[in-house]
Ligand binder design. Structure first.
Ligand SMILES: C[S@@+](CC[C@H](N)C(=O)[O-])C[C@H]1O[C@@H](n2cnc3c(N)ncnc32)[C@H](O)[C@@H]1O
Length: 199
């Protein structure tokens, strides 16, 4: 997928020359932007196939986020792509604890979450067309505090589908989870407050 501007609202917090641990880096879509902005990136993913596409200037680490124990700490830990909305509360806590273990003294955690209103009101049909990538919802189902969804992506005559389950989390619930693992001082960013910075 092309870069769709996801990091733009937190870009001012990402200083050139600083270190960043990117959790759930995938094929390096955001990694490329971070490198372009002059950060030193360690990219973590549990899929070797995805990590194989991460640019060589980043340091790849094949691991589950929950089990990650690196010997270094980072100026920034980045948890993008709504991984904080994991449907298991136990996994959410392990992921948050990993972030805490790897933030350097005086460093920051940046978390991107799902827009809970958008998830709650999601309906089958077209979603957007940005930079040649058309996305649409093929199926959506609400189950208590979770949403199950299949999203279809079309670009250049090719089609991909991604099915996922995500927990609807309020700002207070996310701050509560991050507080439990040792973060404090929360600041929300972006027009729809999709990003939180925790110190
Ligand atoms: C939706 S993709 C997003 C990738 C990238 N951040 C982007 O924006 O293009 C999520 C990535 O997180 C990885 N992932 C999901 N859960 C994980 C976990 N528990 N530990 C490590 N990687 C995980 C998946 O393999 C996938 O590559």
């Amino acid at each position: 997928m092309p870069y769709l501007g996801e990091l733009d609202s937190v870009r001012a917090l990402l200083a050139r020359g600083t270190s960043i641990l990117e959790l759930g880096a995938g094929a390096g879509r955001l990694t490329r932007k971070l490198l372009e902005w002059g950060l030193s990136v360690t990219a973590v993913d549990n899929s070797a196939a995805m990590l194989a596409h991460v640019p060589r200037d980043a340091k790849p680490v094949l691991s589950d986020i929950e089990k990650l124990r690196l010997l270094e700490a980072f100026d920034t830990v980045l948890l993008a792509s709504d991984l904080i909305n994991h449907p298991s509360a136990t996994s959410r806590k392990s992921i948050a604890a990993t972030a805490r273990r790897h933030v350097a003294r005086g460093g920051q955690l940046l978390v991107e979450r799902h827009d809970p209103d958008r998830l709650r009101n999601a309906q089958v049909g077209a979603v957007s067309c940005v930079n040649g990538l058309r996305s649409s919802i093929e199926a959506v189902r609400c189950c208590e505090d979770d949403i199950e969804m299949t999203v279809r992506y079309d670009m250049d005559g090719r089609t991909w589908r991604q099915s996922f389950r995500a927990s609807l989390l309020s700002e207070a619930e996310i701050e509560g989870l991050l507080t439990e693992v040792g973060f404090r001082s929360f600041e929300w960013f972006g027009e729809k407050r999709m990003w939180v910075r925790a110190a």
